[in-house]
Design a protein around this ligand. Sequence first.
Ligand code: ATP
Length: 261
Amino acid sequence: MIEIHNIEKSFDGNPVLKGISCTFETGKCNLLLGGSGTGKSVLLQCVVGLMQPDLGSITFDGTVFSNNKVQVRQEIRRKIGMLFQGSALFDSMTVAKNVEFPLEMLTPEMSREERRDRVEFCLKRVGLENAGDKMPSEISGGMKKRVGIARAIAPNCTYLFCDEPNSGLDPLTSLKIDELIQEITYEYNITTVIITHDMNSVIEIGDHIIFLYKGLKLWDGTKDEILNAQVPELKEFIFSSSLVRAAKRIDDETHSGVASL
Ligand SMILES: Nc1ncnc2c1ncn2[C@@H]1O[C@H](COP(=O)(O)OP(=O)(O)OP(=O)(O)O)[C@@H](O)[C@H]1O
C-alpha cells in the first residue's frame, strides 16, 4: 500500500497540489481521475520521486519515501515499474531488448540466460511471444503498450504506475490493455496506479478511484459507488462522457417506460 499524506506542490507560487492525502491499495487498480491540469501527473511524479513535494509524506508499505536516505529511496525505486504515456520504447532496440533493458540496469546479478528467460516469460504474459525480434516501428500502438507493460513488470515490480495507458488507442484495444493491467495487478498482487480521464476505464477496472479537481482530492471510492457520488464537480466530470450520458438516457427511458413505447 502507498500512503500519501498532505502533499503540497507549487510552481512559482502557484499551488498545484493543495494538501492531498490518499492511499493506493495493494492488489488493486487505483485510478487517479480528473480533468486536464488538475495535478494528476504532478502527484504521480512526486510519488515516484521524479519531483520533490514542498510538503507532506509518501510511504511505501510502511517505509517513508520522501526525504529518506538515498539508499532507501533507491531500494523503493527498484520496485517501481512505469508504463509511460507514449510507451517510450527505445526505437533502436528490438522489442526483446526493450524488455531486457531494465533487467540489465536493475538486476546485474542475473545471468544473460536468466534475463532471456525472463524476457520470454514477460512477452508471453502480455501476449507477444512472437514479437521479440520486431522493432518498435513495426508494431501497432496497442502492441507498444503491451511491450511497455512487459518492460515495467520484467524486474518483478511491486508497484506499477501507468500514465494514461489508453492514450491513442481505439476503444477495443483500450479495453484489452485495461484488462491486461488488471489481470497483472491481481495475479502478482501489486499496487497499481493509473492516471486516466477515461470513464470506460473507470467503469471497467476502477477498484479504487481518487478524483482530483484543481489540486484537491474531492472524492474517492469504487466503480460501483462513482455513479451515485454527490460531488458536483465529479458529477459534471462523469456526465461530460457521451457514453455515460447515453447509458443514463437509456436507463431513464427504460424506467419511465419510454423505451418500450
Ligand atoms: N514542471 C512544471 N513547472 C511548472 N508548472 C508545472 C510543471 N508541471 C506541471 N505544471 C503545472 O501544474 C498543473 C497540473 O499539471 P499536471 O500535468 O499534473 O496536470 P494533469 O492533471 O496531469 O493534466 P493532463 O490530464 O492534461 O495531463 C498545470 O497547470 C501545469 O501547467
